[in-house]
Design a binder for this molecule. Structure first.
Ligand SMILES: [Zn+2]
Ligand SMILES: [Zn+2]
Length: 249
């Protein structure tokens, strides 16, 4: 365990030693998460559909949609990799440090980053739905009226920049362990895949039930109105921004 953590520390020190190493690592990391995740979830989806456990929610897929989503996602991944360069500079100049205490610290650091991601995403997403931002930026993501696994990073470059900046504030105020920092994009893309895979189990549960986040985000794509939250329904409930009940079908 100690040896494993030491190996992670020395790898991170190497990756952060040069800006182009940080850039290349980040680009490959997000590319692997994107295509690896799609492959994994597509396999899981076809098994669960065969067993009749999952059914599709909406049916609006356009011809060639996934090709456009992949192209947009590659641009987003390039933006994420470019954002890692200022992070490397901050690290080299001592403004950002990674904590040395893994183990038990991860048990609270990871949930804190999860909650921060919920708040940051809700706020950014609300902003992206204000008229100017929607017309000029967020319409790219909403071109996928039926969300797919490929939609997860299908953004305008500015949206990729805004959402990719989620990590800067936490790491500037506290030295999170690198495992916690890396857990944020992993958690985020895993939930994002489930939010965009357009399938759920047969259920009679209310749309604001915690586990129905796939349904909530699918309705968000269908109507382009309300449901700004990421996974949790609580911020939409608190600020009264949930998609109107009559449109939740
Ligand atoms: Zn979406
Ligand atoms: Zn939206």
């Amino acid at each position: 365990m100690v040896l494993g953590i030491r190996m992670i520390d020395s790898t991170i020190a190497y990756i952060f030693s040069e800006w182009w190493l940080t850039f290349t690592f980040t680009f490959l990391f997000f590319t692997a998460l994107y295509f690896g995740g799609i492959l994994l979830l597509q396999t899981l989806l076809s098994i669960l559909k065969k067993k009749d456990i999952l059914h599709s929610i909406v049916d609006f897929k356009k011809p060639g949609q996934e090709r456009v989503e992949i192209k947009n996602s590659m641009v987003s991944i390039l933006i994420f990799a470019l954002q890692a360069i200022p992070l490397q500079i901050l690290y080299q100049n001592g403004y950002v440090q990674f904590g040395q205490h893994g183990g038990l610290n991860l048990l609270w650091e990871i949930p804190v980053l999860f909650l921060w991601n919920e708040i940051y995403f809700y706020t950014s997403h609300w902003l992206l739905h204000q008229k100017w931002f929607f017309m000029n930026v967020h319409h790219v993501h909403h071109a996928s009226r039926e969300p797919t696994l490929y939609s997860v990073y299908s953004f305008h470059w500015f949206e990729a920049f805004l959402l990719g900046a989620v990590i800067f504030l936490p790491i500037l105020v506290y030295p999170f362990h690198i495992i916690s920092v890396l857990s944020l994009p992993i958690m985020s893309i895993a939930l994002n895949f489930l939010g965009h895979w357009n399938h759920e189990t047969e259920t009679t549960k209310n749309p604001d039930y915690l586990g129905r986040f796939t349904f909530r985000h699918t309705m968000h794509h269908k109507w382009s109105k309300g449901n700004f939250g990421f996974m949790l329904p609580y911020l939409d409930m608190l600020f009264n921004t949930a998609t109107p009940k009559k449109k939740m079908k």
